[in-house]
Write a protein that binds this ligand. Sequence first.
Ligand code: PLP
Length: 382
Amino acid sequence: MSTIVRYFDHAATTAVKEEVLNEMLPYFVQNYGNASSLYSVGRKSKKALDEARIKVANVLNCNPKEIYFTSCGSESNNLAIKGFAYANKNLGTHIITSKIEHPSVLNTCKKLEEQGYRVTYLNVDKDGLIDLKELEDSITSSTILITIMIANNEIGTIQPIYEIAKIAKKHNIRFHTDAVQAAGTIKIDVQEMGIDMLSLSAHKFYGPKGMGALYVKNDINFEKIQDGGHQEKDKRAGTENIAGIVGLGKALELANNNIESYTNKMLDLREYYISEITKTIPNVKLNGHFERRLPGNANMSFVGVDAEGLLLKLDERGICASAGSACSSGSALPSHVLMAIGLDEKLAGSSLRITFGDENTIEDVKYLINSIKEIVEELRML
Ligand code: PLP
């Protein structure tokens, strides 16, 4: 007997929307041309590439020339941070980030440290928020870049982006933000928000995997980090993945058009889930900020319960959830994010991340709550 799958791990990835897939399909077999070729199949690909770039630029409120397509959110973060650091070394070698960034930011920063750069990793408070005073106090005459995510992938906390951008501007420092979790859920206007560089990834907003984009403001000097052809204005070598690019453009446009109703739906599901879980299960702790959090994120620790065991038992019931981020699963180490907000190893190891998405219904959430309740009781008895 096959179990119905109920998916609550949308921060890990999402299914491609049918409308997105339909727009992508012609670019695999019919219009497969290389966008750099001058004949008609190539020109069709070039047209699709240009149109997708315009769509992304319209959503972010920037010029299409400021959009670079990449292979994923991780590559966008690498290109933004390394590309900027290498090109601006003459201006300074200090970078500021936070302790709860995604590994594609943290490990990029570590690599730069090995190459002679200095990196400040800002603390976060118990809710996952950085301290703006600590940020400003960390700035030195050598600081060239601040890179802080809009929203955290594990606990959903949303940083004070406007204020960070203001501080960066005041000190003539550039501001990059990892918007991989925020894009498609939070309205982004790079001009209004004062963002200089921004990374996003299609598979988090119902687009294809292996497809990212990077916004870089036109007055920013940055270097390519991959050698090859001259694609993407010579900043990102490699034949363009037209189907993926079309999918990213369509998925972002769709998400942006439906952002309010989507947010409201996520809030309804999440509020119901959190209130029922706290009402019916004792000794539960919500991780992350109570209000300043992604609408679809509920990360909770169940005291005395091993999250791995909980996940396995949920899986037996057809429920997909996560104990941390997908990128850190398989690692024996406790989540760096949960440790940074002050959880001890035990509590960090008892946390369950539920991230809601478009296909979830209130019935699914009731089934989820009931399952968690039964499994937590069972595991606590052991
Ligand atoms: N940044 C954040 C906040 C993420 O959550 C992720 C993926 O989980 C990434 C970056 C990396 O994106 P990608 O999987 O497209 O490399």
